[in-house]
Design a protein around this ligand. Structure first.
Ligand SMILES: [Zn+2]
Length: 233
């Protein structure tokens, strides 16, 4: 289904001014996630809806500007959707550390909204813990055991922490650069919304059209009308 410019403006208006996590949830719902369930999706599952929305709005090519962390050179590259979908490895949601066996589940947006310390977040993702055949309360897990969780959490939800292998054409440095679809898509949506609002403003002034009338004109014709009105941005 085409994502119309009018719905894009609606999404932008709803998400504008929200915290990063709430904004990502609005975008996930716009991308097809069930509104009542979006907060309980693993962050990686949520981000799959953001990728889907991004593809519907702007296509499957992702132009990026990245600075090389070694020489500082600005590198221009274009990623494809497939680069941003790490293959799902069946990573067991279980770790064994220092005689403890810990079962866990991936981090959700609701966790990020409701929990305000790292320890509390990790504890919340623990489903069950045992030591020497006895159940252990998650609040009693030693720090060393919880410290092993972040890597395991990332492994079981790779879409939540996408990294792109890059090498610098200037100095040859190689590194893994994080890619955050929520930040990327929001930046694009904001720029697009600003452009659309400008078009509406300029064409409403020039021709007395309403917002709906401006958005009903195709982007190509709109550019032409803006030129004729002498107000191209
Ligand atoms: Zn470099």
């Amino acid at each position: 289904m085409m994502f119309t410019e009018a719905s894009l403006l609606d999404v932008w208006e709803t998400a504008h001014g929200l915290s990063a996590v709430r904004r990502a949830l609005v975008l996930a719902v716009a991308g097809g996630a069930e509104p009542a369930a979006a907060g309980d999706l693993a962050v990686g599952q949520r981000d799959e809806f953001l990728l889907a929305l991004r593809e519907r709005c702007f296509g499957t090519a992702f132009p990026c500007l990245v600075n090389c962390p070694s020489c500082g050179e600005e590198l221009e590259l274009e990623l494809a959707s497939r680069d941003l979908r790490p293959s799902r490895v069946d990573s067991p949601a279980m770790i064994a550390v220092d005689g403890y066996e810990v079962e866990f589940r991936p981090v959700t947006s609701r966790d990020l909204l409701e929990v305000h310390s790292r320890r509390a977040l990790l504890e919340r993702c623990v489903v069950a813990a045992r030591s020497g055949g006895q159940d252990v309360d998650r609040s009693e897990l030693p720090d060393a055991v919880l410290a092993a969780l972040p890597d395991a959490l990332a492994a079981c939800d790779p879409q939540a922490d996408v990294r792109i292998d890059l090498d610098c054409a200037v100095c040859g440095h190689r590194w893994a650069s994080p890619f955050d679809i929520a930040v990327y898509l929001w930046t694009e949506l904001e720029a697009c919304a600003r452009r659309l609002l400008y078009d509406v403003h300029a064409l409403a002034l020039a021709y007395g059209w309403s917002e709906a009338e401006v958005l009903a004109v195709s982007p190509g014709r709109r550019r032409r009308y803006l030129e004729l009105a002498g107000t191209t941005a």
